[in-house]
Design a protein around this ligand. Structure first.
Ligand code: HEM
Length: 587
């Protein structure tokens, strides 16, 4: 991508005018402006005398021309000289302005914006679908205006590479949206933090403490215990209509809570009123609400002078949600502090909360961790690790129920590789290529369709102009690339086989498939996320046969999406499961 060039002709005009001005300035300085005027006046006078002495001129003595004092033409000539100079400067200024404007207006193509709302009228309730539609009309890089802010949407692997790899430093910060302020402890979680010392601290913490390959392996026993609990629970529900999302969210929430916080910190009993702990149902609702509010188009974000009205009521909801999460984190922190106090002399940090609290006490830390900073850091794994893994498995099952022949192929592979007398272990995953292809196809089609962050702010604006001559940008929507027939055969079809014989991975190197992003803001939890998705899906397909309720045919399964920071199914899928393995494996 090149910085757009000003037209050569205009460069010449501007150069010529600047040169003329410089000459006029130097000459007037040397001669003095009055002398210059006198010279010009003399030249014009000489011309007029020539004219007066021409044979056609009327020489009658009473002719008023003869009566004029000599000063009058001098004044006229002086006035004309000034007018000419003013006109010259005016011309120069307007031409220069036009050139600069032309330079700035070299925007990517896009629809004409309306006053105040910009192009918000073209963005439907599922924005990535609107982007996809618009990008077909305007191309792989297009400009839209959200209220007062210009944004750019890119939708090809080549453009994605430019933005996320070549210029990733320029584009790595996040916009300051209300969701980050009210639901992410004033931009203190890693996902919303601007690039800076706090974000670097978070990255180090996750990569070294919670999400390093060694640490992920050491938590395998938690994932196995929780997987067993999930399988037993589904076994108990067999033959009944079940909303699988409920079970999956409980499963991922428990896993991530135990890994990051050390234990569950929620109560599973609906009737237990005495517990200080938040109820599981309530926590699930809080997580759902967080993802919904994180992805909404809050008018105040894009038309800031209307923000105080909170027209859609989102900010009010964000503040209410913040209070609930705050109570939850206060409880987690107080419990950890109490345990540390009780074990003062030989205390060893056991989980991420212990590590974060130790960091908060460290006076030599590059950036001081205050209470918001601590809670922001606890939030990333709870929210980042829960919803995305659960909804990916739900989408995969929905796609398989729509095409039962794919479900058959997956169970054939499981029977062949694993057999019917044991569960699938994490070490088996590389030997299950068909399940792997299903996971890739699912994340390619469904992950983070909602990623529509844009970048703003004067500094960012300048950087964007420096880098590209373009205004703020929206990261490439996987959905747009994922549906482009130039990169995918029959993109509208769920087709795991498309990955066979192709070395396309999902870890940010192949820009036609970016479910976890790429570059420095790439998801730090991708290993854990993939591990959870692979092993959960493989065991669900291995342990149960899957059916739709009697009155629903595969072709009737709705695949409508609900927009949010993650894209959920609009209507959770209802399934009926029956065990496939011996009964003793489910206890
Ligand atoms: C299926 C599972 C997951 C998917 C699909 C997913 C996807 C993503 C995506 C697309 C991003 C944004 C990348 C970008 O802007 O370029 C992201 C960021 C992030 N994810 Fe994940 N994620 C998953 C699991 C996890 C897990 C398990 C954790 C932690 C335990 C996690 C923590 C984070 C954090 C902290 C960020 C913010 C990174 C930053 O802004 O620098 N994610 N994730």
């Amino acid at each position: 991508m090149q910085r757009p060039d000003v037209l050569d002709r205009e460069k010449l005009i501007v150069g010529f005018l600047l040169f003329s001005c410089a000459v006029l300035y130097v000459v007037s300085k040397r001669m003095g402006i009055l002398k210059l005027q006198r010279t010009i006046t003399a030249a014009i006078k000489a011309a007029s005398i020539n004219c007066l002495t021409s044979p056609n001129f009327d020489h009658h003595p009473n002719h008023y021309h003869h009566q004029l004092p000599m000063e009058a033409p001098t004044l006229v000539v002086q006035a004309l000289t000034w007018l000419a100079l003013i006109a010259l400067f005016h011309y120069l200024a307007t031409t220069l302005g036009r050139c600069l404007r032309r330079h700035k207006q070299k925007h990517p193509p896009g629809p004409k914006p309306w006053p105040i709302i910009g192009n918000l009228n073209l963005v439907g309730s599922v924005p990535h679908q609107s982007f996809h539609y618009l990008s077909q009309k305007y191309g792989e890089i297009m400009q839209l205006k959200f209220g007062s802010f210009p944004i750019v949407v890119v939708s090809s692997p080549e453009m994605a590479k430019e933005i996320l790899q070549t210029h990733d430093q320029t584009f790595a910060s996040r916009p300051a949206l209300a969701a980050g302020k009210y639901t992410s402890y004033n931009y203190s979680d890693m996902a919303r933090a601007p690039i800076g010392p706090h974000w670097r601290l978070a990255k180090r913490l996750y990569l070294n403490e919670l999400l390093s390959p060694k640490r992920i392996d050491s938590y395998e026993y938690i994932r196995v215990e929780e997987r067993r609990a999930l399988m037993s629970c589904l076994y108990a529900l067999s033959g009944r209509e079940t909303v699988i999302r409920e079970e999956l969210t409980r499963f991922t929430l428990t896993n991530v809570s135990r890994m990051a916080l050390g234990e569950k910190y929620f109560s599973e009993s609906k009737s237990d009123r005495s517990s200080l702990r938040v109820k599981l149902e309530e926590l699930k609702e809080m997580v759902d609400e967080w993802f919904l509010l994180g992805g909404v188009f809050n008018i105040g974000d894009w038309i800031p002078w209307l923000s105080f009205l909170d027209l859609q009521g989102y900010v009010k909801r964000m503040k209410a949600l913040h209070k609930k999460f705050d109570r939850y984190y206060d409880h987690v922190i107080a419990d950890h502090k109490a345990k540390r106090e009780a074990n003062k002399d030989n205390f060893v940090a056991k989980d991420m909360v212990d590590v974060v609290l130790q960091l908060a006490d460290d006076p030599n830390l590059e950036v001081k961790l205050n209470s918001d900073g601590v809670k922001g850091l606890l939030q990333d794994p709870i929210l980042g690790g829960t919803d995305s893994s659960a909804i990916t498995v739900e989408w995969a099952i929905s796609e398989l129920l729509k095409q039962p022949q794919l479900l058959r192929k997956a169970t054939e592979e499981l029977d062949r590789v694993i057999g019917r007398d044991r569960w699938v272990e994490e070490a088996d995953i590389p030997n299950l290529p068909y399940i792997g292809a299903i996971v890739k196809e699912t994340v390619a089609r469904t992950e983070d369709k909602g990623q529509s962050d844009s970048y703003e702010g004067d500094e960012m604006h300048e950087m964007l102009y420096d880098a590209f001559g373009i205004p703020p940008f929206v990261p490439p929507t996987d959905d747009t690339i994922g549906r482009d027939p130039r990169y995918w055969e029959t993109p509208e079809k769920f087709l795991p086989e498309r990955f066979f014989g192709k070395n396309i991975d999902v870890t940010g190197h192949h820009f036609e498939l970016l479910p976890f992003g790429s570059g420095r803001r790439m998801c730090p939890g991708y290993r854990l996320g993939l591990m959870l998705i692979h092993s959960t899906l493989a065991n669900l397909l291995h342990g149960f046969s899957w059916k739709l309720p009697d009155n629903v045919k595969p072709e009737d399964v709705e695949m409508e999406e609900e927009f949010g920071l993650n894209t959920h199914r609009k209507i959770p899928i209802v399934v009926v499961v029956e065990p496939r393995l011996s009964a003793h494996l489910y206890v």
